[in-house]
Design a protein around this ligand. Sequence first.
Ligand code: IPE
Ligand code: IPE
Ligand code: MG
Length: 235
Amino acid sequence: MESNNLPIHIAIIMDGNGRWAQARGLPRIYGHQEGKKNVKRIVRHAANLGIKYLSLFAFSTENWKRPKEEVDGLMEILKVGLQEERPEFIREGIRVVFFGDRTKLPKDVIEEMELTESSTASNSRLHLAFAINYSGRDDILRAIKRISQKVADGKINIDDINNDLISKELDTKDFPDPDLIIRTSGELRISNFYLWQSAYSEFYFTPVLWPDFDEKALESAIEAYQSRKRRFGGI
Ligand code: IPE
Ligand code: IPE
Ligand code: MG
């Protein structure tokens, strides 16, 4: 892997925890525990490689459809994970933010999120986003409502609405659009992740399940990205 021409922003759809557990005859929640361990491993490696922005899709607006037991388990893993990792985020210079509609999350999870954001706000070695209760359509929908309100209040005109203004109303406003979007577990779809932001992203799909997606696997994805010719509509 070359250390120049790195993607500035990598986004990962962390999929396959359930299948990882089922393949071992274990309940799905064990897969999520392993998935959490892998978040630690990949965040650390991305920071060491010099990646500046990393987005991790952790819970979609559609994941509420899962059995309550699994949803509760995921929320608990999230809460405990943030408690455990906060000191390392601070020590390692990692700024952590959260994308998604947090109003619908359990109060104790929101508290951990807010504490993690405020205690890492001045960091800049790696900008790390967890997308939780996030979906691309929901992000766009909430942005449209805020923009419409500004028009209704006379703060902006309809002609002021452009690509830039829309990007600045999304949860992801402080992140550049992803250069590379990785999806693990062999599914070939975006599942309502970054819709607006993925206009010119390079996609990388791997059959590897998220708990098995290790440092080498991340480097392979980056190598694939480095071999692509990005044209952005040009020649
Ligand atoms: C993790 O993988 C993604 C989350 C929604 C937390 P899954 O739980 O979707 O695992 P599979 O796809 O069922 O194997
Ligand atoms: C996408 O995975 C969401 C996350 C990784 C958080 P899903 O497992 O929910 O996606 P589908 O249902 O296979 O499309
Ligand atoms: Mg899945």
